[in-house]
Design a protein around this ligand. Structure first.
Ligand code: MBD
Ligand code: FE
Length: 296
């Protein structure tokens, strides 16, 4: 059968009723979006002649994977797609230039200590090399950005993030800081070298990746939000250019221009990296997305 079946009167009426077309209450935008989503599901069922058993297997998977949606979203490329979409809309609006945005991922925690000057992100012991990262935050004309706050977070040498570490070995804000910059836009911090992240073995994301013939590994990386008065908040990350997964990131978070190679010398590694922000034309452009985030 062909997907025209979904366009039959019986199915279209079902979609209208299911999404409250003639009901007075409810949210019109949500009705329209839900209708299109349901119709896309129905067309997929017909296109691939999905059986009843296969359909319920999928429902079961979704029920059991709810706790890992934050990983499945980047793993299936949807979070990167949102970046591509925002980039395309920015380009249409003439908002180009600066450090590329890339996915936030699911592991940010709000409320990290706010520090000034040379920051030390790692409070817990970790038997690995030390990362020294520094540079400046500039605007479109290369001008230093004043009074920026750099939010930085990364994994430890085992690939675990504090707050989400199943070994319980890390204190709440290990490898997490907010660094308040001065008028010169300079930042610098030291930290224990992160390792790449892997999705929890045998979890829903792992099972999905295996079923797709993929893996669930990310290269070692460091996340950033950068906010400053008068500038657009930037969500980005650097991935280590010499990591074996640098060109094969399961979460599609690596981007050209965001792949510095650490300069490794003995048990130290150095990264110099400047961030360039776009100017905010409206107050709203300075804001973070309202994504729900863990707070501690
Ligand atoms: C991470 O550390 C991460 O940054 C993303 C996007 C997904 C899973 C783990
Ligand atoms: Fe991460």
């Amino acid at each position: 059968m062909n997907t025209d079946f979904v366009k039959t009167e019986a199915v279209q009426t079902l979609l209208d009723r299911a999404t409250g077309k003639d009901a007075e209450g409810g949210n019109p935008r949500l009705k329209a979006i839900t209708r299109d989503l349901l119709e896309a599901v129905m067309e997929t069922i017909v296109k691939h002649d999905i059986s009843e058993s296969e359909f319920w297997q999928a429902v079961n998977f979704l029920q059991q994977s709810a706790g890992e949606f934050g990983l499945i979203v980047p793993g299936t490329g949807i979070e990167h797609f949102l970046d591509l979409y925002m980039d395309a809309k920015d380009a249409e609006a003439g908002l180009t230039g600066g450090t590329p945005r890339t996915i936030e991922g699911p592991l940010y925690v709000a409320g990290a200590p706010l520090v000034e000057g040379e920051a030390d992100l790692s409070v817990d012991p970790d038997d690995t090399d030390t990362l020294y990262m520094s540079g400046k935050v500039v605007g479109p004309d290369g001008e230093p950005v004043k009074d920026a706050i750099v939010h930085v977070w990364h994994a430890n040498s085992k690939g675990w993030y504090s707050h989400f570490d199943p070994t319980g070995e890390q204190t709440p804000f290990n490898n997490r800081r907010r660094i308040k910059l001065g008028p010169d836009g300079q930042y610098s911090f030291r930290s224990k070298m992160p390792n790449g992240y892997s999705v929890p073995p045998e979890g829903a994301t792992d099972k999905l990746m295996q079923a797709l013939g993929r893996h669930g590994n990310r290269p070692a990386h460091v996340h950033f939000f950068i906010e400053a008065p008068g500038y657009r908040t930037l969500t980005t990350q650097i991935n280590f250019g010499d990591d074996p997964f640098a060109a094969d990131d399961f979460a599609f978070g690596t981007r050209e221009g965001l792949l510095p190679v650490p300069n490794r010398q003995g048990d130290s590694a150095y990264i110099g990296f400047d961030f360039q922000l776009q100017r905010a034309k409206a107050e709203a452009e300075q804001a973070f997305s309202s994504r729900q985030r863990l707070e501690a």
